[in-house]
Design a protein around this ligand. Structure first.
Ligand SMILES: Cc1cc2nc3c(=O)[nH]c(=O)nc-3n(C[C@H](O)[C@H](O)[C@H](O)COP(=O)(O)OP(=O)(O)OC[C@H]3O[C@@H](n4cnc5c(N)ncnc54)[C@H](O)[C@@H]3O)c2cc1C
Length: 283
């Protein structure tokens, strides 16, 4: 059976891993940190803990439980997901992992910087996916907005097809050694489509396209890369937690519904079970 790759080691990702591995799947979980629970303290409203439970302990116990069952863990940031020979390829900052099916359990986030007019120019020069839209800007001048490894990765994708690419860190210190422009951004300006970036110091610079890559790629950015159906910043998934692309499932805070552990665990159970069925059927 091909590999099931789960992005995220929060309650949704670990629950998916537990159900899939116990059903016989080979499972790799890729995650960059502890997710939402790393920001929480004591959890009082989850089943079975009379005096509450430490959020960090809940995450650590889930990971240990999955490891005991043979789930493999990769601590890395996922920068992209593409279609590949085995079905899909999950691209991290350091490696490519082949997957026959994927469960996206990235939690909730949409890393949109508070730049004036950013929404106005989405799809009109402002993009959230270098691999999807870079092609349309060949021979033009573009910028990547971001200061982390995700921005560095999107820059690398664009540099393969576009000569004039600048990284704008929007006033933040870069976490990479590439040349970049650290001016704080005030607004995007233009007519039908974006024409220039206005900086907080009053300076302006013309660009044909802007690729937003702030923080790390979340469910929203990954879904854009794959062409997944979204509703706001949520991935649309059916009652089997299947997305509009066969073999890609989604669970937890990245799909609609209550943003609670119990719901994430349920979503993960369904997604892991359905991903296993998908992989078995594809054998
Ligand atoms: C402060 C706080 C308190 C809370 N208190 C409660 C509570 O008391 N009770 C309750 O039920 N719920 C509570 N919640 C909500 C609960 O934490 C979430 O609903 C739950 O964690 C969602 O699980 P998830 O697996 O969908 O996402 P998360 O737990 O957020 O996990 C997301 C995972 O995706 C990974 N990830 C994301 N992007 C990438 C990437 N590009 N590459 C690699 N990995 C990536 C992260 O590293 C993480 O492992 C609280 C949340 C917060 C923030």
């Amino acid at each position: 059976m091909k590999e099931l790759v789960i992005i995220g080691q929060g309650p949704a990702g670990i629950s998916a891993a537990l159900y899939a591995v116990r059903g016989g799947a080979s499972v790799t979980v890729v995650a960059k940190d502890g997710g939402a629970l790393a920001k929480a303290d004591k959890i009082q409203n989850y089943y079975g803990f009379a005096d509450g439970v430490s959020a960090k302990a809940l995450v650590a116990n889930g990971i240990a439980q999955a490891k005991n069952l043979g789930v493999k863990f990769v601590e890395d940031e996922v920068c992209g997901v593409e279609f590949g020979a085995d079905g899909f390829e999950v691209k991290t900052t350091g490696r490519t992992i082949a997957a026959g099916a994927i469960v996206i359990a990235c939690g909730t986030s949409r890393n949109v910087p508070p730049i004036r007019n950013i929404g106005k120019f989405e799809g009109r020069g402002v993009s959230y996916c270098a691999i999807c839209d870079g092609f349309f800007f060949r021979g033009k001048k573009v910028a990547v907005v971001g200061n982390g490894r995700y921005a560095e990765s999107e820059y690398g994708v664009l540099k393969n097809i576009i000569e004039d690419v600048t990284i704008l860190t929007d006033g933040l210190a870069p976490q990479f050694s590439l040349p970049c422009d650290t001016r704080k951004i005030e607004s995007f300006e233009g007519g039908e489509s974006i024409e220039e970036v206005v900086f907080a110091d009053g300076s302006r610079e013309k660009f044909d396209g802007i690729f937003i890559a702030c923080g790390s790629a979340g469910a929203f950015e990954l879904s854009k890369k794959l062409g997944l159906e979204t509703d706001g910043n949520k991935i649309v998934a059916d009652d089997k937690r299947a997305t509009n692309i066969p073999g890609i499932f989604a669970a937890g805070d990245c799909i609609p519904g209550l943003q609670q552990i119990a719901k994430a665990v349920y979503d993960g159970m369904v997604a892991g079970t359905e991903a296993l069925k998908f992989l078995k059927a594809a054998q």
